[in-house]
Design a protein around this ligand. Structure first.
Ligand code: BEZ
Ligand code: FE
Length: 288
């Protein structure tokens, strides 16, 4: 009897995984075996290298928990997360581009009214984000929910602190006519977590481990596809080297500087403030 190594081990392993009961799982597993074997052959993977890879994967699992998604971070820095986003959002050229969700989104943010302050006393330069939510045909979308979250002026998210209180995240609803207004503070760009297996690997390269300053949005509205995206500050460091490949020129907006005085929410600021203006364009929900 011939053992699998006497035969073409790739063909034998592929045929075994083709027996998966679900047709899609069978397709995925066969392709995975083919590409993994092809990769090992291409680099002539040695046994110590294979063992190092197994240890790295095990440590990536061990450091992960409800607050830390090290495998997703690995996917992000390899460009896989953004590739999957792009393949799955066949985008009308007029629609706002989608990006990765990232690890810092927290469910259940509080609903705030038009123009309310989601920074609620956290220090930083006041920032108003204003615009209209539309659909691809140009109609304004009323009642869209904009779930917004961001890092603070030091580049830290709520999820990275033992915070008892909600921090720099809220849900806003677009008004009749589609207008929205978020009041917050300017975020700072930040480093991805570098104290784990992903960081160790990155520190053996010349890859920049920073993300440019940005604010995250998850926008949902009846009849429209949900949109996960970011807005980036024009001129911010690291726009050209975002470690998770999510910067798109369509998502870079000017943070206009304004002197103390009237603000877009109808109020007034004693301090200089910033304004970012952006109209989100949602795609129609798939009809099948
Ligand atoms: C973020 O923007 O929050 C993020 C995305 C991917 C990896 C790390 C952070
Ligand atoms: Fe972020």
């Amino acid at each position: 009897m011939q053992s699998p190594v006497d035969q073409d081990i790739t063909a034998v392993a592929t045929a075994r995984w083709a027996t998966a009961h679900d047709a899609r799982l069978s397709e995925i597993m066969q392709a995975l075996v083919r590409h993994l074997h092809g990769f090992a052959r291409e680099v002539r993977l040695t046994e110590p290298e294979w063992a190092a890879a197994m240890t790295w994967l095990a440590r990536t699992g061990q450091i992960s928990d409800a607050k830390r998604a090290e495998f997703i971070l690995a996917s992000d820095v390899l460009g896989l997360s953004m590739l999957v986003v792009e393949m799955n959002h066949d985008r009308d050229p007029g629609a706002t581009p989608a990006t990765v969700l990232g690890p810092f989104h927290i469910e259940g943010s509080p609903a705030l009214p038009y123009g309310a302050d989601m920074a609620d006393g956290i220090g930083g330069i006041p920032l108003y984000i204003t615009g209209v939510v539309r659909d691809i045909s140009g109609r304004s979308v009323d009642g869209a929910v904009l779930d917004v979250w961001q890092a603070d002026a030091h580049g830290i998210y709520e999820g990275q602190l033992d915070a008892e209180e909600t921090r720099l995240r809220a849900k806003y609803t677009s008004q009749p006519g589609g207008a929205y207004c978020v009041r917050t503070i300017a975020p700072l760009g930040y480093s991805i977590p570098m104290d784990g297996p992903v960081g160790e690997l990155i520190s053996r390269t010349d890859i920049s481990h920073y993300r440019p300053a940005h604010i995250h949005f998850l926008i949902t509205a009846p009849g429209c596809q949900p949109l996960v995206t970011h807005l980036f500050e024009e001129g911010a460091p690291y726009l050209d080297s975002d470690v998770v490949f999510s910067t798109k020129s369509d998502l870079v907006v000017e943070f206009e500087r304004h002197p103390p005085g009237p603000t877009p929410d109808g109020g007034s600021s004693d301090a200089p403030w910033l304004r970012a203006h952006y109209d989100f364009v949602l795609q129609q929900a798939a009809t099948h």
